[in-house]
Design a protein around this ligand. Structure first.
Ligand SMILES: [Cu+2]
Length: 664
């Protein structure tokens, strides 16, 4: 495994010096929790229907919000939704309480309805309302999931210590991910607000948010929106707070006569892929207490035990990572979608907490509508086209048989069902494991027993061809006019990803610098630092910078930078000495982090992958590699950059980013 190879070369000296208390050994995790899952009254993925329930198409006109006079009011609320899950008897459908986005007319849904913006539109004014309250009495709802209040989170901030979810309700703040947002409307984690704006975060600015217009994204791409409240994002998103926000332009219009000739509604599909655990009753489950199934797998690594006296009741505690054993697509478990023998544009969002996927398509002849045709390993692989990702199209379509898919990333694919025999089933297969991704295919110990997470959804080729609608003809090399080009950099920053431990001994992923710098308050800083420490990334307004991100951890981290789109330049192996040092925590105590010394790059740089040759806001930093990106900071003010493993960003793997002069 790459993780172990890297550790031997990368932090060799630190290991020799005995400084690697935090070295992860999660590869050694064994997933033997199957019996425990059943004993705990949780849903057994092996007993759930596969490819039976149709998924809604998030790109269909019926699934979209319709703004009036460029204004929308979108509520976050609680609802009951059927996911296709059946109870312990194996056939009775069970309901799930979810949180979603919605309007009075449409109700709230998971995922939220699709918000489409055209680059030619006037700015859209959205009033986000926190309606996580009881229908009777307007009282704050408790969280659907156990909340760890030991983290730096909304109500742990100075001046908010007296607030609680019980008294004040759940803090939220929507972030439009991939939008060139003005700072006040970016959904910064400290801009949160509670139901009916009873509590407003320390940096809260406005009830109204604006997206679009001439100084916003200027080309078509796939943006999405999700909650970003400080230290509670993983739980708010898990409960259902996420949705699509496609950006259109004059070429990628979404209409049947679009100049690019891309498949259009009803042949343009949108699917949000998420992994979850459920109780047999249908309710969402998140392991947070000792004894919970999978808790031991995801709370801590060997040798880093959670002291019981810190959490006398055993929790709840945040997890180092989370991997659900049920795959949910647009709120439906392992759905199917019926298709014609033609090309479809399929736009997917990886909305999982920690799960990287490697996607492949498997054809099972005669499998359409066949409840026994569920095993991707029995099918044969077919190619598909990558036409774009994140914030833009590619310059041309490229054919592939596999593509990696990181949490937070969006892929824009064209799947050609023309030559797939009628009556076939095409299964979307996932080749990666149920444990942290290190760059390679999983080993046996990285997999859930009897897992169903190797399959995502299926397309059944069984609809009659509708000759009245134009057929698309995307091919390898088909010109699309997208791509990315960022100007000349004025500065190169060396940054790094670290794996330390917090004040309780829990695994704590951290960002920091890979060089000595001064923060905006004039303090010398080097190595890992936590969220609350003064700004270290302060690019000038309009500046273009190269960021070199050295991953000194054992796992891949999907790095997201707000405000910008970036060019992925290259990746290169490196070695360095990893020196242990204390890390100041939000509550004044200390955890353990590292800094890097004697960094040496190794071998030749490696070019970006095909899905990375677009305007990106996500990049996977692999362990033992430096990943180089280039971007221009074109709006002033407060933003953030973070790992998009949501459990990581909630546990300090996030740093503020401030463009231009203060105040900070
Ligand atoms: Cu991470």
């Amino acid at each position: 495994m790459k993780r172990r190879d890297f550790l031997t070369i990368g932090v060799k000296s630190a290991m020799a010096a005995g400084l690697t208390a935090a070295v992860p050994v999660s590869l050694l995790r064994t997933h033997t929790a199957h019996a425990a899952i059943l004993a705990a009254g949780l849903s057994d993925p092996a007993a759930q229907p596969l490819f039976t329930n149709p998924a809604p198409n998030a790109m269909s006109a019926a699934f979209k919000y319709v703004a009036k006079n460029s204004k929308l009011t979108i509520a976050m609320g609680q609802a009951i939704q059927m996911t296709g899950l059946v109870g312990a008897d194996g056939y009775t459908p069970v309901p799930t309480t979810i949180w979603g986005y919605g309007t009075k007319e449409l109700g709230v849904t998971w995922p939220g309805r699709t918000l489409e913006i055209n680059t030619a539109d006037d700015p859209l004014e959205v009033t986000w309302e926190n309606k996580l309250v009881t229908t009777m009495g307007n009282n704050p709802l408790p969280h659907l999931l156990p909340v760890d209040t030991s983290l730096h989170w909304a109500y742990s901030l100075h001046g908010f210590e007296e607030n609680s979810i019980a008294a004040d309700g759940v803090p939220v703040v929507p972030h439009v991910h991939g939008g060139l947002n003005d700072s006040p409307y970016d959904g910064n984690p400290e801009y949160f607000f509670s139901p009916n704006f009873g509590v407003k975060g320390p940096r809260w600015v406005s009830k109204k948010f604006y997206y679009g217009g001439p100084d916003w994204n200027d080309v078509a791409g796939m943006v999405w929106y999700h909650d970003h409240a400080l230290g509670i994002t993983r739980l708010n998103v898990y409960a259902g707070l996420a949705g699509f926000l496609p950006v259109r332009d004059g070429a990628d219009t979404g209409a049947a006569d679009n100049p690019l000739g891309l498949p259009a509604d009803p042949y343009e599909l949108g699917f949000a892929i998420q992994d979850r655990m459920f109780r047999n009753t249908g309710e969402l489950f998140y392991p947070a207490f000792p004894g919970d199934p999978l808790y031991d797998d995801f709370i801590t690594d060997e040798g880093v035990e959670l002291p019981e006296d810190i959490f006398p009741d055993g929790g709840p505690t945040a997890l180092a990572e989370f991997f659900g054993d049920h795959i949910v697509v647009n709120g439906i478990i392992w759905p199917k979608y019926d298709v014609e023998q033609r090309q479809y544009r399929v736009r997917v969002v990886n909305g999982c907490d920690s799960r990287f996927m490697r996607i492949r398509l498997k054809v099972i002849s005669g499998g359409a509508g066949n409840s026994a045709a569920t095993d991707p390993s029995s099918g044969s692989s077919i190619p598909f086209y990558i036409v774009g990702s994140d914030q833009s199209l590619r310059s041309s379509a490229i054919q592939t048989e596999e593509v990696d898919f990181a949490p937070g990333e969006r892929l824009d694919l064209v799947i050609d069902f023309k030559d797939v025999p009628a009556g076939s089933r095409v299964i979307v297969e996932n080749l990666l494991g149920d444990s942290p991704f290190g760059g390679d295919l999983p080993k046996k110990g990285d997999l859930f027993p009897d897992r169903r997470t190797d399959r995502v959804m299926a397309f059944d080729v069984m609809l009659p061809f509708d000759g009245s609608r134009p057929n698309s003809n995307i091919y390898d090399g088909y010109l699309l006019g997208g791509g990315v080009g960022v100007g000349t950099a004025v500065r190169t920053r060396k940054l790094a990803l670290f794996e330390g431990t917090d004040e309780f001994g829990r695994l704590q992923p951290l960002l920091g610098t890979a060089e000595p710098v001064y923060d905006v308050e004039g303090n010398g800083v080097e190595g890992a630092i936590a969220w609350h420490s003064p700004i270290t990334e302060n690019p000038g307004l309009g500046d273009t910078e190269i960021w070199e991100i050295y991953n000194a951890t054992g796992d891949a981290h999907p790095v997201h930078v707000h405000l910008v789109h970036f060019e992925v330049i290259d990746r290169q192996a490196f070695k360095a000495d990893s020196i242990e040092q204390p890390v100041l925590q939000h509550n004044g105590s200390y955890g353990i982090g590292f800094r890097l010394e004697n960094i040496k790059t190794l071998g030749k740089p490696r070019s970006p992958d095909a899905q990375e040759e677009t305007r990106r806001d996500m990049v996977t930093a692999l362990p033992g590699e430096v990943t180089r990106i280039k971007m221009t900071f074109s709006k002033p003010g407060r933003y953030v950059w973070h790992c998009h493993i949501i459990s990581h960003e909630d546990h300090e793997m996030m740093r503020p980013l401030h463009v231009g002069p203060g105040p900070f």
